[in-house]
Design a protein around this ligand. Structure first.
Ligand SMILES: Nc1ncnc2c1ncn2[C@@H]1O[C@H](COP(=O)(O)OP(=O)(O)OP(=O)(O)O)[C@@H](O)[C@H]1O
Ligand SMILES: [Mg+2]
Length: 229
């Protein structure tokens, strides 16, 4: 299995207050899956993504990425796992404002010390795949919301990670643009055989899912707490 969480708990402490953000979450994702995680505000969606993304560690339980238990990794190995195996897409795009679309997509490859020619070839391919070759030189503030999210998708995929995590990727888009972006994600899911895990409130998006997971109050609802076959 590409990714698994086993009985993951996450507590946050603010002074003497303890918040149980995740109360034992067990689920699994296979290579090439397209999973939608649904749940109301405060139910633990971002907390769960942060654990899968190796941005944070569980209080209890374990996250496995390609069968490797994440809690055993040093901080530098954890950062390496995040860099090489995971692509992230955010609600607010998180592009670097002073860089062009091209340079934003190129950035993760610089962190991997890829050669200039390799970078160029990969960035041009992704720009083509998201249909924005002609926008390569534009800065984020010269792009529409949908175009920004397509650049962010290209950036997430350029290092060829096996897992793409997206937190409310369509929340800042109108419904037509959201459909376009979801259509592109679905196509990229197939073409790159990367697993997509997408958090959303938007019911429209459910129709794109191969698998839907619902979370309430830090727990998965019955019927989706098992690993997919
Ligand atoms: N850093 C933090 N410190 C303390 N409590 C936190 C922290 N981050 C999240 N929480 C709490 O943990 C719970 C889950 O939060 P989380 O951000 O995972 O929810 P969410 O499902 O992503 O919500 P939304 O849809 O609003 O983004 C909430 O009760 C929240 O207040
Ligand atoms: Mg959230």
């Amino acid at each position: 299995m590409l990714l698994e969480t086993k009985n993951v708990r996450k507590e946050y402490r603010i002074g003497s207050e303890v918040i149980q953000a995740l109360r034992g979450v067990t689920f699994g994702v296979n290579a090439g899956d397209f999973v939608i995680i649904n749940g109301p505000s405060g139910s633990g969606k971002t907390t769960l993504l942060n654990l899968i993304a190796c941005i944070d560690r569980p209080t209890e339980g374990e996250v496995f990425i390609e069968e490797q238990p994440v809690s055993k990794l040093s901080s530098s190995k954890l950062a390496e796992t995040r860099r090489d195996k995971i692509g992230l897409v955010f609600q607010s795009f998180n592009l670097i404002p002073v860089l062009s679309a091209y340079e934003n997509i190129e950035y993760p490859l610089l962190l991997q010390s890829a050669s200039r020619s390799e970078r160029r070839q990969k960035v041009m391919k992704l720009l083509d795949e998201v249909g924005l070759t002609t926008m390569a030189h534009r800065r984020p503030d010269e792009l529409s919301g949908g175009q920004k999210q397509r650049i962010a998708l290209a950036r997430a995929l350029v290092t060829e990670p096996r897992i793409i995590l997206a937190d409310e990727p369509t929340a800042n888009l109108d419904s037509e643009t959201a459909k376009t972006v979801m259509g592109i994600m679905k196509r990229l899911n197939t073409e790159h055989s990367a697993a997509f895990i997408i958090v959303t409130h938007d019911r429209m998006i459910n129709e794109y899912a191969k698998k839907i997971v619902s979370i309430r109050d830090g727990q998965l609802l019955d019927g989706n707490n098992s690993a997919s076959p």
